[in-house]
Write a protein that binds this ligand. Structure first.
Ligand code: ZN
Ligand code: ZN
Length: 568
């Protein structure tokens, strides 16, 4: 059976064939299959708008119906140069291709340089199984120094049913888009004058964030962590010692002067934690030391990849460094993996993908250290019977790592937890401890972030829950809605009773009750309590529960007992 990749790739040729017919004189770039579909890059003599897509799609369907064959031919380089004499991008590819033979594919009147494989005939494609999606600009060969070409994207699936399922999923994802929900729920915003990728947290978003921070603090202190706070900038020399300047510079912002010295915004918190460790002589009895910080770091991201809260330029990691003896490493890693998964489950994630990332091309330290560290990580994963995949060369420059991606309610995977073993920084900063025999030894260091960054994690949470956050995380938990002015005092009393345990507001604006209920639903408030004459007399509330509607009248004490149970 023809693979879906082959069909997608063949569709890119059919797209190019349609473009060749509709827009003579077009210069062709490249057209591969991608996840869910395909694209092709063109240099067109006129600007294309999305309105042109249906016309191109129609032409593609006509070509498919016509049943054109895909014919593979092997020709010489000089023959190829003749065929593509008016196609500068193809000539460039031909020049770079090794060997003297070149494979081309003919499909109808369109000829392309291509290794294949392809379908035999366009009849293998179902007309209703693909759709052109969008037009974007793309530099030839991805370099900003080259011409900007027009890229047309399409999606394609096995059949109409799969395509429709995908479109439905996409529409659902759009509805959950945290950038839209974040604005609607007044959680955070971006401001052009402040700068791209720098979120501003509004009161409700900051409340959500603080709730997560409080949870983390409590949980980590109970797990034996110590809390640290360190600055946002540090001297350039510090980043030279740590190796960041040499191996991580492309992710860092340029140095800036203070007095006569050069400083950098921090891309990581590690060197600061190391300095605190090194401020005293440490004995083996002090280890393991677990230092935690909500550390705000700044990393360079191209403006094109910035995306709401999930890709930003300044963010706060729930960072920690565990400094231990080599003998304690396995136990510490085991604890970390267990507590990481437990915490992610608390936030409502049930499915995880786990990856083990190995030595990247740019790395510090020797191979033995890397092998040793990778083996320890493998050992721990196997001991806990966790299924994982290997991400070759995906490690950080100072060591291998385990990453945990959570699966959200739409089945999408998001990177959160990262646990990294480091045999390099302790050497670079000459970290030591005194062992049982009174001798100086180098400790091991683990870098880890469980949620990843608060920004990204909150973005994921919003999409996972479609904005309807669980009670404990909801910035607004309860609204009390008095029916008339005379119920205001009672509403305030109800609020007073709940205030110690919940974030509660009395909605006494001059609006109709139904309007307030509607507003509460839009704001995704978990509980709306309506109070009128009956409730006032009987000391009860009428409950509207999010997603369930009116659930009836209940005494205030009973209501409080009930919702306290659903907190974590
Ligand atoms: Zn091809
Ligand atoms: Zn670190």
């Amino acid at each position: 059976m023809t693979s879906i990749e082959t069909i997608r790739h063949s569709l890119s040729h059919i797209l190019a064939a349609a473009i060749q017919e509709l827009y003579p004189g077009t210069k062709f770039g490249m057209g591969p299959a991608i996840e869910d579909g395909f694209y092709y890059d063109f240099e067109l003599s006129k600007n294309l708008t999305p309105e042109a897509l249906p016309k191109i799609e129609k032409r593609m369907k006509e070509i498919i119906r016509h049943g054109i064959a895909f014919k593979k031919k092997i020709i010489t380089k000089s023959e190829a140069k003749k065929i593509f004499k008016n196609q500068p991008y193809k000539l460039e590819i031909i020049k770079d291709l090794p060997g003297s033979k070149i494979t081309i594919y003919e499909s109808g009147t369109f000829i392309d340089l291509c290794k294949g494989p392809h379908i035999k005939s366009s009849k293998e494609i179902t007309e209703e199984s693909f759709k052109l999606k969008k037009i974007a600009g793309a530099y030839w060969r991805g370099s900003e120094k080259n011409t900007m070409l027009t890229r047309i994207y399409g999606i394609a699936f096995e059949d109409k049913k799969h395509l429709e399922e995908h479109l439905k999923k996409e529409a659902e994802a759009e509805k959950r888009d945290h950038r839209i929900l974040g604005q609607k729920l007044e959680l955070f915003l971006f401001d052009e004058e402040v700068g791209a990728g720098l979120p501003l947290w509004q009161p409700k978003g900051a409340t959500l964030r603080k709730t997560i921070e409080n949870y983390l603090y409590k949980e980590l202190i109970s797990q034996g962590y110590q809390w640290l706070v360190t600055p946002h900038i540090g001297k350039l020399d510090l980043w030279k010692t740590s190796g960041h300047w040499e191996l991580y510079r492309e992710n860092m912002y340029s140095p800036f002067g203070i007095d006569e010295e050069e400083y950098m915004l921090k891309p990581m918190n590690c060197p600061f934690h190391v300095k605190i460790y090194n401020s005293k002589i440490r004995s083996y009895k002090d280890l393991p030391l677990r230092y935690a910080e909500l550390g705000t770091v700044y990393r360079y991201e191209k403006s094109g990849v910035l995306h709401g809260l999930t890709r930003v330029r300044g963010f706060t990691q729930d960072d920690a460094h565990i400094i231990c003896t080599p003998g304690q490493l396995t136990e510490e890693l085991t604890k970390l993996l267990k507590s990481g998964i437990k915490m992610l489950k608390t936030f409502g994630f049930k499915d995880f993908d786990i990856y083990l990332s190995t030595m990247p091309e740019k790395h510090a330290g020797d191979i033995q250290g890397w092998t040793k560290a990778t083996n320890v990580l493998k050992f721990v994963l196997n001991k806990l019977k966790l299924k994982y995949s290997v991400d070759p060369e995906g490690g950080v420059f100072y060591g291998p790592k385990i990453d945990i991606k959570v699966k959200d309610s739409l089945g999408r995977s998001w990177q959160c937890t990262t646990i990294q073993v480091d045999f390099n920084l302790p050497d670079k900063f000459k970290m030591v401890y005194i062992d049982e025999k009174g001798k100086k030894q180098t400790p091991n260091m683990i870098h880890r972030a469980l949620l990843g960054s608060l920004e990204r994690f909150i973005g994921v949470l919003i999409e996972h829950y479609s904005g309807a956050l669980p009670l404990w995380l909801s910035p607004l938990q309860v609204w009390v809605i008095p029916i008339a002015d005379r119920h205001k005092k009672y509403a305030l009393k109800v609020a007073e009773t709940l205030k110690a345990d919940f974030r509660v507001e009395v909605k006494d604006e001059n609006e109709t009750v139904s309007k307030k209920i509607r507003a509460g639903e839009i704001q995704k408030v978990p509980y709306l309590l309506v109070v009128g004459d009956t409730e006032m007399k009987k000391k009860t509330v009428r409950v509207r529960e999010r997603g369930k509607g009116d659930t009836g009248e209940i005494s205030i004490t009973k209501f409080l007992q009930k919702i306290k149970k659903s907190l974590i």
